[in-house]
Ligand binder design. Structure first.
Ligand code: SF4
Length: 288
């Protein structure tokens, strides 16, 4: 540990806080000196996470105050939920991995730009504006960004596009820079998701709910069904987005667009509860 603290002296380290199980564990661990201290944990609020996630954020902010935890920054500058609801009325274009069917009945998925545009960029802008106070376009000093990817999803590890960024994966024991150089980090104990959940129990901390936008098209049928049954307000807001994006011709998509893979309006889908696999992955930023 001492070695790492020396290694990180002079370099800003932030935690990309998604408010899921893994990244929230990083937050606690950094606050409890179980890994090197970070400067700040940054949560990009895309506008409509589940009520349970917002409740957890309140809990975490109280915990931070009572335990002198590291600072939590909540970025609200961009609102994906709003942009999707008003996409037909001139709001900025936001591409989520929604589904559409062509004339031959083939289902395709739209390009996912939301993670980069609404989550990664918000964190990057916070680093530029609030940590370094740099003007737009100025290059940031080399900065560690800790990401909560566990061993069971190691394939989500990615090379940062930005020259100044080093992606640090404490649960994988690895860090990678923009040139693709991968280095072991000696101060971590690699963990899978189950081990992280066990860590919460050992510390007596509540395990966060799964985080994602309530309207995320990657959701499995099982998750949609649970949301509909247990969080009807969240589900109703997802239905509103589903209806708002149906006609996306202004965005260049000429066939109707849906949140559910069946290309049936979300409010009418009969969910198959045995279908538990998500339809895609979010390059390590969403859902952690
Ligand atoms: S949770 Fe889904 S909809 Fe939200 S930003 Fe991530 S990929 Fe996009």
């Amino acid at each position: 540990m001492e070695h790492v603290k020396k290694e990180m002296v002079g370099m800003v380290t932030v935690i990309s806080l998604g408010l899921g199980i893994q990244s929230t564990a990083l937050y606690y661990m950094a606050s409890m000196n179980e890994m090197p201290k970070a400067t700040v944990a940054i949560f990009s609020d895309t506008g409509r996470e589940s009520r349970a996630t917002y409740d957890y954020l309140n809990y975490l902010q109280n915990w931070q105050q009572q335990n002198k935890g590291i600072k939590i920054a909540v970025c609200t500058e961009k609102n994906l939920y709003h942009d999707l609801l008003y996409s037909g009325q001139g709001s900025r274009f936001a591409s989520i991995p929604a589904f559409t069917k062509n004339e031959n009945g083939k289902v395709g998925m739209l390009k996912r730009q939301c993670t980069g545009d609404y989550k990664i960029k918000s964190v990057d802008n916070y680093i530029r504006d609030e940590i370094y106070g740099l003007p737009k376009g100025a290059r940031r000093p080399v900065t560690n960004v800790c990401i909560g990817i566990t061993l069971d999803e190691a394939e989500r590890m990615s090379i940062p596009r930005e020259r100044w960024k080093v992606n640090v994966y404490p649960f994988l024991g690895m860090k990678v820079d923009s040139y693709g150089n991968v280095e072991r980090i000696p101060w971590t104990v690699p963990m899978d998701r189950a081990a992280v959940i066990k860590w919460y129990h050992q510390k007596g901390l509540p395990v966060p709910p799964k985080s994602s936008c309530v309207f995320c098209p990657y959701q499995s049928d099982h998750t949609w069904a649970m949301r509909k049954a247990q969080a009807p307000e969240d589900f109703a807001d997802a239905v509103s987005v589903d209806e708002a994006i149906r006609n996306s011709t202004r965005q260049g998509v000429h066939n109707p667009v849906y949140l559910h893979r069946s290309c049936i309006p979300l409010s009418e889908v009969q969910f198959d509860q045995s279908q538990k696999v998500e339809w895609g992955e979010c390059s390590g930023t969403c859902h952690t």
